[in-house]
Design a protein around this ligand. Structure first.
Ligand code: ZN
Ligand code: ZN
Length: 235
């Protein structure tokens, strides 16, 4: 029972996500292996391993969900059938776990599904996303934008590059500088200081309101002094 992407659009998802039972009993594994041997589908969609199982009765699927996690969906286009399915990385994990307990036919299917997954370098799994500059896109290095998840480091590098290029232009291009100030005539920085050439601080890394800049400097010096005092007090 393989599913195409088109068919997949026809289900009503009724389920909540369930965290799997971490301590799997051997008997549970044997039960799952036996059940999925007969009823499961071990396949791959592109390079993504897919493990799912459809049933008229929901109970065995709930048991699978309790053991391995995943979702249970109601497929109304098939006159009412429940389907349990696992996301990519978990599918691969469960396939590997059950491998030794399966029949040669199923073992072959699992090998096929996992071969594509491994040869793809796991690029499609959440856990193994890598940007084109080789940074792992996990944990703190994830930036979610409207276009999806991107590498935070590369993004901030790009922003930095853009910023530096802009400052260069600002410093060296007098016409641009003029248009910049004329577009801001009568406007102020967010703290109410006028944006004028006289009140603009310019360095190779920064273009900012001079009054605000002075204020930042004052505050950061204050913080440093406070920190030094605190360290002095504790020593
Ligand atoms: Zn990157
Ligand atoms: Zn200001």
């Amino acid at each position: 029972m393989t599913e195409s992407c088109r068919e997949r659009a026809h289900f009503i998802c009724t389920s909540r996500k369930v965290t799997p039972d971490m301590a799997l009993e051997m008997t549970d594994l044997y039960w799952a292996a036996g059940f999925l041997e007969g009823e499961g589908t071990f396949t791959a969609s592109g390079t993504t391993p897919v493990l799912h199982c459809s049933q008229v009765q929901k109970y065995p699927l709930e048991k699978l969900q309790g053991l391995f996690g995943g979702k249970i969906e109601w497929l109304f286009h098939k006159q009412g059938i429940w389907r349990w399915r696992l996301p990519c990385a978990q599918s691969a994990g469960v396939m590997m776990t059950l491998y030794t307990l399966m029949s040669p036919r199923r073992k072959f299917q699992i090998e096929q599904a996992l071969m594509k997954f491994k040869s793809s370098g796991h690029r499609n799994t959440k856990e193994n996303r890598v940007c084109k500059n080789g940074h792992a896109i996990v944990g703190d290095n994830v930036f979610s934008s409207s276009k999806g998840v991107v590498c935070k480091k590369c993004r901030s590098d790009r922003t930095q590059e853009y910023h530096v290029a802009w400052i260069k232009k600002f410093i060296h291009d007098a016409a641009y500088r003029e248009s910049y100030f004329s577009a801001r005539t009568g406007k102020t920085c967010k703290y109410g200081h006028a944006i004028t050439p006289e009140n603009t601080f310019v360095s190779p890394t920064c273009v900012a309101c001079a009054l605000c800049k002075r204020e930042w400097g004052r505050r950061s010096a204050q913080r440093k002094r406070a920190k030094a005092n605190m360290l002095g007090a504790t020593l």
